[in-house]
Write a protein that binds this ligand. Structure first.
Ligand SMILES: *[C@@H]1O[C@H](CO)[C@@H](O)[C@H](O)[C@H]1NC(C)=O
Ligand SMILES: *[C@@H]1O[C@H](CO)[C@@H](O)[C@H](O)[C@H]1NC(C)=O
Ligand SMILES: *[C@@H]1O[C@H](CO)[C@@H](O)[C@H](O)[C@H]1NC(C)=O
Ligand SMILES: *[C@@H]1O[C@H](CO)[C@@H](O)[C@H](O)[C@H]1NC(C)=O
Length: 312
């Protein structure tokens, strides 16, 4: 009997070891360079989104007073592949771009992490403070083209909203089609709220429900945060600030609760690049990309493992 029980004990110990490994913290890989964006038309990239339809394609746009267009570029070469000029949109102060299901499709059919949308939309947030023009909070939605070439595209819709916050640079969309905005606050303790889908294509601005909002639990020495993204499976949130990148796990689709109750994990491998404002998950969720404002910016990638199996 003794050898058998010893054998069982060994199984138990090795099983325990696996459990301990799997429940340890998430981990991040080192900074990896991807393409450099040398297109002179991209001079102040303030948002980043990654296509889930076109392989190795990312979207960005310029900050305030730029042309009302989105650039599609190749992740590996950094070359511009297409520009999408948006009818009936103005760039007062574009601060972020998000990528996900189209709000109109989420009305007619269910959007969730378990359903793959038949098409995707690109959402642009005109939400910055533009001194001369005050605060304008408008989200524009366009459909992602099936073929990428220079084009003029129509809006699927626009959504004007109002809240207590004077500035924001972070827009995110969940696989369920919920849109979220996070304000930009000195010290980084920004307000996170949902933008209701009922606000699309209304004549007046929609007031956000701030009774159901949360404060993002980071403290920084800058006006933060500057950008964020929800992963395609909806379970991972990544946010970039001037001094760091912050990760939050959302196991149950309750983003407000996760922001309210949890302190984000700081990405320990992040090598700061000043003015990094664009951040977006890779479609396979194995990492995220970061892009800084300015000319000739390099796109950077950090791998991510939810089980902590990357040895940094
Ligand atoms: C777009 O703007 C033009 C005028 O600039 C207007 O005639 C047209 O109705 C607008 N389209 C939509 C969909 O708002
Ligand atoms: C937005 O809210 C602020 C503060 O309550 C108010 O002063 C402003 O007029 C509102 N703007 C719009 C467009 O509703
Ligand atoms: C980044 O910003 C910090 C703080 O403003 C500054 O000290 C540093 O020199 C900047 N780095 C570069 C490469 O510009
Ligand atoms: C960007 O790169 C191009 C060519 O690679 C160069 O001509 C230009 O001077 C660079 N611009 C800046 C601001 O570094």
């Amino acid at each position: 009997m003794f050898p058998l029980s010893k054998y069982l004990l060994q199984i138990c110990i090795s099983h325990l070891f696996v459990v301990v490994q799997l429940s340890s913290a998430v981990s991040f890989g080192p900074m990896e360079s991807r393409g450099q964006l040398t297109d002179p038309r991209i001079y102040e990239a303030s948002g980043l989104a990654i296509s889930r339809v076109h392989k190795n394609i990312a979207y960005t746009h310029n900050d305030k007073d730029g042309i009302h267009e989105v650039f599609a570029f190749d992740i590996n070469s950094g070359s511009t592949v297409a520009t999408l000029l948006i009818n009936n949109a103005t760039n007062t102060d574009w601060e972020d771009v998000a990528y996900g299901p189209c709000f109109d499709d989420c009305i007619t059919s269910t959007c969730s992490a378990q359903t793959t949308p038949t098409r995707y939309c690109i959402y642009i947030a005109d939400v910055g403070v533009h001194v001369a023009k005050g605060t304008e909070n408008v989200i524009y939605a366009i459909r992602e083209p099936l073929t990428l070439q220079d084009a003029t595209v129509d809006l699927v819709g626009s959504l004007a909203f109002n809240w207590t916050e004077v500035n924001a640079e972070t827009l995110m969309i969940s696989p369920g089609g919920q849109l979220f905005i996070m304000s930009k606050v000195f010290g980084g303790r920004a307000l996170f709220a949902e933008i209701p889908a009922s606000g699309w294509n209304k004549d007046s601005a929609t007031w956000l429900d701030l009774n159901n909002a949360a404060v993002f639990k980071i403290t920084t020495n800058s006006n933060d945060p500057l950008g964020g993204d929800i992963s395609p499976n909806g379970k991972n949130v990544i946010v970039v600030g001037e001094e760091g990148i912050y990760y939050l796990s959302v196991p149950d689709n309750d983003y407000i609760k996760a922001v309210k109750n949890n302190v984000p994990i700081q990405v320990n491998t992040y090598q700061r690049v000043n003015n990094s404002q664009g951040i977006a998950w890779s479609p396979d969720e194995k990492g995220f990309y970061v892009l800084a404002e300015g000319r000739n910016s390099t796109l950077y990638f950090y791998s991510f493992d939810e089980f902590g199996l990357i040895v940094g």
